[in-house]
Design a protein around this ligand. Structure first.
Ligand code: 13P
Length: 252
């Protein structure tokens, strides 16, 4: 049986002081809710504060990106080793905002994933179609292609450290949510693609999250779907009560 993973993506929000306050408030609200893994992915400068505040709780901490080289002349970038040394457990890779605004491609997403896995990080690999692709009826092809390219060359044994987050770009930050049926169907296409690449056992074990305007009002229905194993949550992860309500939906 797959475990739910409820992960927040704070994007460019919260200072270190706000991070400490948030996690101190959240920790007792989610204590003992252990039917899911709980992850908060935070800006680089908040990582140390988050890791410190989350010590002894069931909240795990992740970064929002990582560079693919081990070290070198890459001004402004952060390596996987830097993240793992300070106790970061997870890293988001390939978020659509990185693809859209910062020129990331499936090729760089693939390189980053390999670098993160080699450093012992768990990867939350994001992919999903844009609105025009859904309207053109090519969602299945798009997510299958992204899955193949993003996982290219990754060993089966490393897949246990990969979560795929299906995030339809048209649903991110827009208040539009994929219907539970759409989320289930497209997460199912991703799972079939993983099965074709790595076998049924790997596909059955793979955690596939849905992300895109998931909130306290729609989480229960989305999480009830067989192919939806959790959520990657933006806006609603910035409020302790809303985030806790999503954790509760995964624990019901
Ligand atoms: P929203 O939940 O704000 O739509 O963001 C989703 C997302 O991008 C998570 O990575």
């Amino acid at each position: 049986m797959r475990r739910y993973v409820i992960a927040g993506n704070w994007k460019m929000n919260m200072t270190p002081a706000a991070t400490r306050k948030f996690i101190t408030e959240l920790a007792p609200m989610v204590a003992g809710k252990d039917k899911c893994d709980i992850v908060l992915c935070v800006p680089y400068v908040d990582l140390a504060a988050a890791i410190e505040a989350a010590k002894g709780t069931n909240i795990k901490i992740g970064a929002e990106n990582v560079h693919f080289e081990k070290s070198g002349a890459y001004t402004g970038e952060i390596s996987a080793e830097m993240l793992s040394e300070i106790g970061t457990e997870y890293v988001i890779i390939g978020h659509s905002e990185r693809r859209q605004y910062f020129g990331e491609t499936d090729a760089t997403v693939n390189l980053r994933t390999k670098a993160a896995l080699a450093a012992g990080l768990k990867v939350i690999l994001c992919l999903g179609e844009v609105k025009d692709e859904r309207l053109a009826g090519i969602t299945d092809e798009v997510v299958a292609m992204q899955t193949k390219l993003d996982l290219a060359g990754i060993e089966k044994e490393d897949l246990k450290n990969v979560i795929i987050a299906y995030e339809p770009v048209w649903a991110i930050g827009t208040g539009l949510t994929a219907t539970p049926e759409q989320a289930d169907e497209t997460c199912g296409v991703i799972r079939k693609t993983v099965a074709a690449l790595y076998g049924e056992d790997a596909a059955e074990a793979m955690i596939i999250q849905y992300g895109g305007s998931m909130n306290d009002g729609n989480a229960k229905e989305l999480l009830a779907k067989v192919n939806v194993d959790g959520g990657l949550i933006g806006g609603a992860s910035l409020k302790t009560d809303k985030f806790t309500a999503i954790v509760d939906a995964a624990n019901a």
